[in-house]
Design a binder for this molecule. Sequence first.
Ligand code: PMP
Ligand code: GLN
Length: 382
Amino acid sequence: LLGSNGQLRPTIFAEMSALATATGAINLGQGFPDEDGPIEVLDAARRAITDGFNQYPPGLGYPVLREAIAAHQKRFYGMNPDPDREVLVTAGATEALAATILALVEEGDEVVTLEPFYDSYAAIIALSRGVHRTVALRAPDFQPDPDELRQVVGDRTRLILINNPHNPTGAVLSREFLELVVELAHRHDAIIVTDEVYEHLTFGTGHLPIATLPGAWERTVTISSGGKTFNTTGWKIGWLTAPNRLLEPILSVKQFLTYVNGAPFQPAIAVGLGLPDAFFTGIAAGLQRKRDVLSAGLTKAGFAVSRSSGSYFVVADAAPLGFTDAAALCRQLPELAGVVAVPISAFVSDENKGEYASLLRFAFCKHVDVLERASAQLADLR
Ligand code: PMP
Ligand code: GLN
């Protein structure tokens, strides 16, 4: 996590996007879509600027957005968060994660995550002086072993932080595993934090928020974001829902991170959250087709490709092509194939990098013709 100068290392996403810009390669590294989201949402942001949503919003976020978040949780999942006490708008899911971990973790507390993990988790756990423990997700299906979770969670565990659907593996966690998380959180008096930014991007399976399981809500912080659902990753409008006793300490940290953000984007995301069901099923179907195109292309190029059940991402093993070091391959890939990808080792702690050494993550949230072009270029690797 720390570089040789003692500072946090640069995030892999900045490094790989810079490589794509410098080389002109197709960027399947950083996960962001290459088209704008729904026109209703874009227009609502333009309107909000004209209508004067340009000063600091309230600390919790504008009521119109908090109400839309609560209504969305009810419509899709039957949840009933109180928009005035149990919903907090944040600067992306990133700030929600940071404020939650910084607020709830004391020096020496253990935080359990799945591994590979989204890179900001390890950084914020380190900043809060927590101890990071992990449960492995292994190729090819990347489902966690329940016994490993039982072994890792204990009385020192403060947070169990899950990510479902999962970045970078595309795994969707089973109901049984989620039930076990709730059971262990109760047994060891731990808090569950769940990062569900890809909640609407699942393929064939619906999304099951862990907070809806019996006994979960009262100890769960649910985090999401408008970036992925509405193709607005640069707007950085995220949120969390949690019982008030958890939300209050998180808010007390959040007020000194950004205080508030994105005034005109808040009412615009509220419009997005209220779009008809067909919009939400449509984005998943469109993305599923893209997953299929890229997965087929990578398979044809000689990679061993895992099945992605959700998110923007698919994992491919380069070992069958004779490449055992994906980090080295990713640095060469612009030259070899005109494509940028991210090594899975960027999402793994140093001691476990070996197990994931030959795996790469490709983002498929791009136009089909871009994915086809990338596939054709990668076919020359053999
Ligand atoms: N969590 C996961 C799993 C992600 O993939 C991302 C990246 N989009 C984030 C959090 C950060 O989300 P945001 O851009 O809303 O801060
Ligand atoms: N979440 C995106 C990814 O996993 C990128 C986020 C970022 O650039 N920090 O690619």
